[in-house]
Design a protein around this ligand. Structure first.
Ligand code: AMP
Ligand code: ZN
Length: 682
């Protein structure tokens, strides 16, 4: 090759790489902005589909050109890094606690103290909500997130950077400048919506629900597998910048800048000229906080001027320049007219207090939860009592006590319901259960419709055109008594019903017909065996491959299935021994509902990896991480999130974490590539 050609080739290659780097940078910037719009500003400007496509393109390019790796790339948010034990880190600046106040008087006293201390007669404040979660300290250097550490004991905390990176509202790279090096503090929270969704799923899986968003958020930070953290709808609300040479006079201005360079600083922050403006803020949020998408337990009032903050300094425990004001849990007293009872799909009974309507935290409350028989007995709640109703973080208000002074002499202790409010069957209560149950599984209307509603729901048979109300209507009209009856429905039976047109009747029947193609594992979930949630149904389907094999297996046999414990096994045995269930399943079979694994999905399943445990790490080219995991499971292997002596192989893609690699080396566990893995199952 002559010199000319060589130089030309070098330049050409250089230019091509230049173009690729430009494209990568462009995609990263664009995706960052979309993340910011969606997670910080709450307003998306791109569809999920387009976002995913761009992310995939970027992932592809990054995999192909590893020399352009960037730890702040939006692709780094999917998690996958596993931390066995979190490193303890000493805080550069101590994380203090806050002093509390509970009344206006407390706040006046605080103001007097600081004004005396500063020798001034006027002080300005910034008011913020007190977010209820787990505190976190984020460090940024030259515009990039470098570490995230929990509060710990205030002097030192745990390094949870890998987990924190998966929270989309936390910028990995800033959109603008503040100072070269600073810390920013905030609260990791779990919004109520996301929390409730997580719990719904847990309940479906037969597990106990999480107790409250705060503990769940803080527990999430210590999960070992960051991919698990990525699945949780965590958020981070920021409230304090710590650093030398902050170029602003006030706390408020600093927060505004923080918001502008990418941080989620809630809009409910107010600059207050004096303490009266602070009280306005408190009064407003005392009511409005119940409409927020997350929990708060008070307000934090901070001296606005940063020089004054410096001058005031800290006590042994807390800053002198800030104070928390705790809300009282909203409470009112009102008359209890009647106790009624509700029955759910599983037959569980919930007692409900029917109240004289009362205004509580901005809404009119007519009904409140009474939990169960023990609670009523413990508080000695009686009809015609004046009761205290409280609205805490939860959506449903509850009765927390009785105003005994107002009890009338003819008052009678409450006798808990003995019969089902719906079908009047005698209630039962098993040992260890807090709740009473209606045992009339097949005759109790609410239970019957509840089960059919579950059967058609999205994650189960996903029947389009059919909703909860229509199920009730069809049941009321005597057209269905169980989910098998759905398949006998004819258009001419439905059309004459109230609010039904020919078209909707056609849609219903077509939707039901279509559900015959729903795969076996979903059918197994849909039939609603107690404690058999989505995941368990999948495990069972995979193991038994047909409902018949599952129904004839013994308790011992069932407990040998991966992750099936005594409680689930017993529930399946009970279900399988019930004659009416056997008949129902036979009917489903006669209609052509999938009661075994299809030939195609069985064809992809082998036992090649039986007994082998895999850890998957890094970014892959030919399959997504989830496809890879599925391939492992389909071939009889197990996927684990952390490396241990039991690990058989590590399938490593690009950017496998260095700590993982050294752990694998220590334990002498073979590391294989994606291609080698594919070879393994071929
Ligand atoms: P406490 O845990 O009751 O001592 O309250 C102090 C904690 O409140 C701090 O460590 C923060 O994690 C948290 N906090 C929540 N919201 C704010 C806020 N807006 N400003 C300061 N701290 C807050
Ligand atoms: Zn009943």
């Amino acid at each position: 090759m002559n010199d000319f050609l060589r130089i030309f080739m070098r330049q050409f290659k250089g230019r091509m790489n230049q173009n690729i780097l430009e494209r990568i940078t462009y995609l990263r910037d664009e995706l960052r902005q979309h993340n910011y719009n969606y997670y910080v500003l709450d307003s998306a400007t791109i569809s999920d589909y387009d976002f995913d496509n761009k992310l995939k393109e970027l992932q592809g390019l990054e995999a192909q050109y590893p020399q352009y790796f960037d730890e702040t790339s939006p692709t780094q948010r999917v998690g996958g890094e596993v931390t066995k034990s979190f490193k303890t880190v000493v805080h550069k600046n101590r994380m203090y606690s806050l002093d509390n106040s509970y009344s206006k008087e407390d706040l006046y006293d605080w103001e007097k103290r600081i004004q005396k201390n500063l020798g001034v007669e006027n002080t300005e404040y910034t008011c913020e909500l007190k977010y209820d979660g787990a505190s976190i300290n984020l460090s940024y250097e030259k515009g990039k997130l470098v570490s995230a550490v929990t509060r710990g004991d205030g002097f030192q905390g745990d390094d949870v950077t890998a987990n924190i990176k998966t929270i989309k509202s936390i910028p990995l790279k800033l959109k603008g400048e503040l100072v070269d090096s600073f810390e920013i503090r905030g609260e990791i929270i779990l919004p109520l919506d996301g929390f409730n969704k997580m719990n719904e799923e847990r309940i479906l899986e037969g597990e106990d629900p999480y107790r409250n968003p705060r503990n769940t958020a803080s527990g999430s930070l210590k999960l070992q597998d960051s991919a698990e953290v990525a699945k949780r709808p965590l958020d981070c609300l920021l409230y304090h910048v710590v650093g030398d040479k902050i170029p602003f006079e006030t706390h408020f201005k600093t927060l505004e800048r923080a918001r502008n360079i990418g941080f989620k600083v809630p809009k409910a922050v107010k600059e207050c000229k004096d303490i009266d403006a602070v009280f306005e803020f408190i009064n407003y949020w005392d009511v409005e906080r119940h409409k927020l998408p997350y929990e708060t337990d008070g307000i934090v009032i901070k001296v606005n001027n940063l020089h004054q903050q410096d001058e005031l300094g800290f006590t042994a425990k807390a800053p002198r320049w800030a104070i928390a004001y705790k809300f009282k849990a909203a409470q009112e007293s009102t008359l209890l007219h009647e106790i009624t009872y509700q029955v759910g799909r599983t037959g569980a009974i919930t007692p409900v207090a029917n109240l004289e309507p009362v205004k509580l935290a901005g809404t009119i409350v007519k009904r409140a939860s009474l939990h169960n028989a023990d609670q009523i007995e413990k508080l000695d709640i009686r009809v015609n009592d004046t009761v205290f109703v409280e609205k805490g973080g939860e959506i449903i208000p509850k009765v927390v006590g009785v105003d005994l002074a107002k009890r009338t002499s003819d008052s009678q202790p409450t006798l808990y319901a003995t019969n089902c409010p719906d079908c009047e069957t005698l209630l039962v209560r098993k040992e260890g259960d807090a709740k009473h149950y209606c045992p009339n599984e097949f005759g109790c209307p609410t239970q019957i419709t509840g089960r059919i509603q579950h059967f058609i729901s999205r994650k189960a048979m996903n029947v389009d055109g059919l909703g909860a109300e229509t199920i009730e209507l069809l049941f009321k009209e005597g057209l269905i008594f169980n989910f098998a009856d759905l398949y006998d429905l004819r258009i001419e039976q439905i059309t004459p019903l109230e609010r039904m047109a020919e078209k909707s009747a056609q849609n219903i029947v077509a939707g039901i017909e279509l559900s015959k193609q729903i795969p076996f594992e979903k059918v197994l979930f849909a039939i609603g065996i107690r404690f058999v949630g989505e995941t368990v149904a999948k495990k069972l389907a995979k193991h038994y491959k047909s409902i018949d094999k599952m129904m004839i297996s013994s308790f011992e046999d069932l407990t040998k299935v991966d992750e099936i414990g005594d409680r689930i096994a017993q529930s399946i045995v009970d279900f399988s021994n019930d004659l009416s269930n056997i008949q129902l399943i036979d009917r489903l079979r006669s209609y052509g509902v999938q009661l075994e694994m299809s030939v195609e999905s069985q064809a992809n399943q082998t036992d090649k990896l039986h007994g082998k445990i895999f850890v998957v790490s890094g970014v892959f080219h030919q399959m997504s991480r989830n496809e890879l995991k599925k391939a492992i499971e389909d071939n009889g292997g197990k996927v684990s999130s952390s490396i241990s002596k039991k690990t058989s192989y590590i399938v490593a893609g690009d950017n496998m974490g260095p700590s993982k690699r050294s752990k694998a080396d220590d334990l002498e566990i073979p590391i294989i590539t994606e291609e080698e893995f594919i070879e393994l199952i071929r």
